[in-house]
Ligand binder design. Structure first.
Ligand SMILES: NC(=O)c1ccc[n+]([C@@H]2O[C@H](COP(=O)([O-])OP(=O)(O)OC[C@H]3O[C@@H](n4cnc5c(N)ncnc54)[C@H](OP(=O)(O)O)[C@@H]3O)[C@@H](O)[C@H]2O)c1
Length: 289
């Protein structure tokens, strides 16, 4: 069962489902299942008896969340808590997706699952509360924290940069925030690897960090995209203060992924290689969503 199926990750999972004929997938967008409606979720799960629920539903508008705190908490905390409780009742394993924004961004070494949290914006606070409630309601749940997600679907940094860098002559991009971009297609692969491992009997639970390999800044990320599309636009590195946004962003949110690599025995694609795959796909006419 994939909730929030019309978002970036939901769409990547839908695409990936074609290579998993051994599993029966059920994709539910918000129009079909609002995760904050408890009775709806309970009836739905009791009717279908899902083995796994991958929660891709979230309120992801980081800046808007500052003025829409209640909506952010409804989708990112109340909804996941309902999914976890109902999953416990129906024997469904919940795989919940969280974010690097649960950390406060002042540490300057890769963040482990047990590193101190301390979100600096409402979105991060609502996601941290979601994690807490998921783990309290159903300790068998799995939480995957990821960062800087992009895809050929939906709205994201890669698609915005491809557009702006071809339209403009000059663009300022923040260069003092460090993190790891994550291709939602790679994250979808890893979620399926978790399910395979779980079905195989490993019964994994708890928190795992996942992002593509390597570290970068939004500026270097933009430069790579510009090079790939042959943009003539001049890209200027600027400090976060020069680009004020309603929500403060953590300055450092590099995820340590050693736990997930060891648990699943996987190699994680380097961030640049994944950006190249996504941009090539978009340039090949795959502009979706
Ligand atoms: N995007 C990032 O950079 C990023 C970074 C770190 C972690 N994450 C996490 O990764 C996960 C997947 O993110 P994404 O980028 O795929 O998000 P996305 O593209 O914004 O998709 C989220 C989907 O959830 C739906 N939704 C919102 N509220 C809902 C509700 N109450 N019930 C059911 N569906 C609801 C949205 O529908 P509407 O569009 O109709 O609202 C949207 O289709 C999320 O947990 C997110 O917090 C994302």
């Amino acid at each position: 069962m994939v909730t929030g199926a019309n978002g970036q990750l939901g769409n990547e999972l839908r695409e990936l489902s074609a290579v998993y004929p051994e599993y029966k997938f059920y994709f539910a967008g918000r129009n079909v299942l609002d995760i904050s409606e408890k009775n709806l979720v309970l009836n739905f799960f009791e009717e279908h008896k899902f083995d796994y629920c991958i929660n891709c539903a979230a309120y992801t508008a980081v800046d808007k969340a500052e003025s829409e705190r209640e909506l952010s908490f409804l989708a990112n905390a109340t909804g996941p808590a309902i999914l976890a409780e109902v999953s416990g009742i129906t024997g469904t394993k919940l795989i919940h997706i969280s974010t690097d924004y649960v950390y406060n961004g002042t540490d300057h070494h890769p963040l482990k699952e047990d590193s101190a949290t301390g979100p600096v914006n409402v979105y991060g606070q609502s996601k941290l509360e979601g994690e807490r409630l998921v783990r309290t309601e159903n300790e068998k749940s799995l939480v995957i924290r990821t960062s800087w997600v992009y895809s050929s679907y939906g709205k994201n940094f890669v698609k915005t940069m491809m557009r702006l860098l071809s339209e403009r002559e000059e663009l300022n991009v923040v260069a003092d925030q460090q993190g790891c971009p994550t291709y939602a297609a790679d994250l979808a692969d890893v979620i399926m690897a978790f399910i395979d491992a779980d079905v195989g009997g490993s019964k994994l639970s708890g928190i795992y960090n996942y992002a593509n390999n390597g570290v970068t800044t939004w500026y270097d990320f933009a430069v790579l995209i510009g090079e790939m599309i042959g943009a003539r636009c001049r890209i200027n590195p600027v400090k976060s203060e020069a680009y004020p946004t309603p929500a403060v962003r953590p300055l450092y949110s590099v995820l340590d992924t050693s736990k997930i690599r060891a648990a699943l025995d996987i190699e994680i694609p380097f961030w640049k290689d994944s950006v190249v795959r996504c941009v090539e796909r978009l340039r090949g006419g795959g502009l979706a969503g």
